[in-house]
Structure formats: C-alpha cells, structure tokens
Ligand binder design. Structure first.
Ligand code: SF4
Length: 235
C-alpha cells in the first residue's frame, strides 16, 4: 500500500495533503484567528497595503497600536505623499521602521498619488513600482485584485517547511518548491483567510523555538511532528 506520508515521486507533496492542510487551517482560523484593524472588512485597499508594508519585519501587535492613528491622519496615498521624508521617518521611528522603510513608503506614495491610487493590473508592472518587492506585489494582487497569492515570508516558510519538508535555497523568493507550495496552498475561495491562518499559526503555535505541536491543528499531517514522535520513541 502506498505510504501517504511520503512526498510524491518529484519530491513535491501530494495534492491530498495540501488540501487537507488548507482545510484544517481554515477550520482552526474560524475560532482562533487574531483580530487586527487591517483585517476588518471595511478597510480600504490603501490601508491593506500600508498594513502589509508596516508588517514586514515588525510584530503585528506593534503595528496594531500604530496603524489606526496613522491611517486616520493619512487616509490616502495623496495625503501620505504630502509628508516629507524626514517627517515620515519621525513617525515611523517609534515602531523601528524609520530610514529605509520610510524611503520606500515615501517613493511608493509619490508614485501612487500620481496614479490616483490605482495599482497596475499585472505582476511585472506592480513589481516595477518603487519600494515594491515580491511580498508586497503578492499583497497587492491578493487584496486589490482578488487573486489568490501567498503572503510568503519567513514565518509562513517555517510552517510550510515543517509540515511539508524543507526548501533547498536560502532565499525564499527564489526557491521554486516553496514558491509553488505557498501558491498552491492558497488556491481556494478564501485565500486571505488561508494566508492569515498560516501567519497566526506561526505567531501563536508553530513558534520558531519550541513549536506547541500538541495544540496544533496540523499535527496529524506534519512531517516535523511525525519525525519528533519517531525520535522520542527511539527509532
Ligand atoms: S505540528 Fe508542530 S511543527 Fe507542525 S505545524 Fe504544527 S506546531 Fe508547527
């Protein structure tokens, strides 16, 4: 009988496992998902993208304290563009995002103000915007154009690699296995929820140090957890 825990012959996880993972995540997210101001259905596209820019390398709890006032004072790209770089740096400094982040937000705000807040439709054009890399391009496609795209960062990578097996390349942006896996896992009617579920699981259960596997909704399908069990049993 075929062992369903093994990856398929190409080293890529079988579709049933990806499907199961997604469905466990969505079920868990319904009662365990975190509430943040940028997840409110009433937020604008501008607010969604600002949140994603701020969230890169900054804890969500820190951004949550800063985000409501920031987006109230600067409710559009045009308003944001009126700030000069120094003023933006001062605003972002308390959450540790000054200098480089301020520069990329400022250049994007200037460009978006010129474009009347409209993002281009396709990936190459989106990625050519100032301050927009792969992660933010995916966020724009997901939140502004409704495309199922993954918010693949180090946290999402950790969960996916533990459940399905490790990537080969150090840089997640260039690892084809991880890129495909992250893309496949969000191919459904609720790609935002799948993304948020993975990020929440990474922040609350699948921690970098000492993952709480006993509380995890993915424990029955997780490679890392099954290896841990085998090691504890002395295999
Ligand atoms: S079972 Fe453990 S290692 Fe696997 S995803 Fe859950 S917390 Fe992470």
């Amino acid at each position: 009988m075929k062992d369903k825990t093994l990856p398929n012959s190409h080293g890529y996880p079988p579709p049933w496992k990806i499907k199961k993972c997604r469905s466990y995540l969505l079920k868990w997210f319904k009662t365990n998902g975190r509430k943040f101001p940028w997840r409110n259905p009433s937020v604008s596209r501008y607010q969604c993208i600002i949140a994603e820019i701020l969230l890169q390398r900054t804890k969500a709890e820190t951004v949550a304290k800063f985000f409501p006032r920031f987006t109230r004072e600067f409710p559009s790209w045009k308003k944001l563009d009126r700030l000069n770089l120094g003023e933006l740096e001062d605003l972002l400094q308390p959450i540790g995002l000054w200098r480089r982040r301020a520069l990329s937000i400022k250049s994007l705000a200037t460009e978006m103000a010129k474009r009347n807040g409209r993002f281009p439709r396709n990936r190459p054009d989106i990625e050519s915007l100032p301050g927009v890399g792969q992660y933010i391009a995916n966020a724009i496609l997901l939140f502004c154009h409704g495309e199922p795209q993954p918010l693949l960062d180090g946290n999402m990578a950790r969960v996916l690699e533990r459940v399905f097996g490790p990537r080969k390349m150090a840089d997640i942006r260039h690892d084809p296995y991880l890129q495909k896996l992250a893309f496949d896992i969000v191919q459904c009617d609720a790609p935002r929820d799948v993304n948020w579920a993975i990020l929440d699981l990474a922040a609350t259960i699948c921690l970098r140090q000492e993952p709480a596997c006993e509380r995890c909704p993915l424990s029955t399908i997780c490679d890392y957890q099954s290896m841990k069990k085998k090691n504890n049993a002395g295999f």
